[in-house]
Design a protein. Structure first.
Length: 246
């Protein structure tokens, strides 16, 4: 029996990178995984891969920056499963710019994707999570805690992730003991934003001298949404290859 047998999990931005790896691991451990994202092609592909591997998954197209679409997502989850046990707020966007080049459009887009989406999803699903005594995991970033050596243009991304970390702590305080809420802060990870080739630009930015594989971060996410972390809430878990020690 898997660690998440009988659980229903929702992963936003669950069709690539850390979200996809985390969703696949949750399904492998017995959860029914709902993948909520905008990209239909990637979503159907991820859904099929999980099912072909023996797991249970459903892709539901949803732009989590839109409150009305999140409300429809809740209706679909409730109609299809009647409950929610795990919520992973993973949807994220990276935009960088020098201070003088930041536009209202870019600022709003980053904050809507990285922060406001978590607000909308938590507002919609907190009642179901209270009923199930469930778990929320917010995927932030080490950049919300620490300024990496060569990152001088991350105003929007870093500050939105710092806000998500504080949002996590307030959720944990206000919804304990019914709902556990934790935050994951990965370092540089091989995703559609970065490849191993990119790491040469950031040479010396962590102690391990490489980027993380998404599954490495996904295994930590799995720990945080399972009963293995049953005495953790309000925690900020760093997985950055030692970047924050430099």
């Amino acid at each position: 029996m898997g660690k998440l047998e009988g659980k229903v999990a929702l992963v936003t931005g669950g069709t690539s990178g850390i979200g996809a790896a985390s969703a696949a691991l949750m399904a492998r451990e017995g959860a029914v995984v709902i993948l909520a994202a905008r990209n239909e092609e990637r979503g159907r592909k991820q859904e099929t891969e999980i099912i072909n591997a023996g797991g249970k998954a459903e892709f539901i197209r949803c732009d989590v920056t839109q409150r009305d679409e999140v409300a429809k997502l809740r209706e679909s989850v409730l109609a299809g499963y009647g409950r929610l046990d795990i919520l992973m707020n993973n949807a994220g966007l990276l935009r960088t710019a020098a201070l003088e080049d930041i536009t209202d459009e870019d600022w709003d887009m980053v904050y809507h994707t990285n922060l406001k989406s978590a607000l909308y999803v938590c507002q919609s699903f907190i009642g179901l999570l209270q009923e199930s005594r469930g778990v929320i995991l917010n995927n932030a970033s080490i950049n919300g805690l620490h300024h990496y050596i060569k990152g001088k243009r991350s105003y929007m991304y870093a500050t939105s992730k710092a806000a998500l970390i504080q949002f996590t702590k307030y959720l944990a305080k206000n919804y304990a003991p019914a709902v556990r809420v934790n935050c994951l802060c990965p370092g540089m990870t091989i995703t559609n934003l970065f490849t191993n080739r990119d790491f040469s630009r950031f040479d010396g930015c962590n102690l391990l001298g490489r980027m993380a594989d998404p599954e490495e971060i996904g295994r930590i996410a799995l720990f945080l949404v399972s009963d293995d972390s049953s005495f953790m809430t309000g925690s900020v878990v760093v997985a950055d290859g030692g970047e924050s020690l430099l």
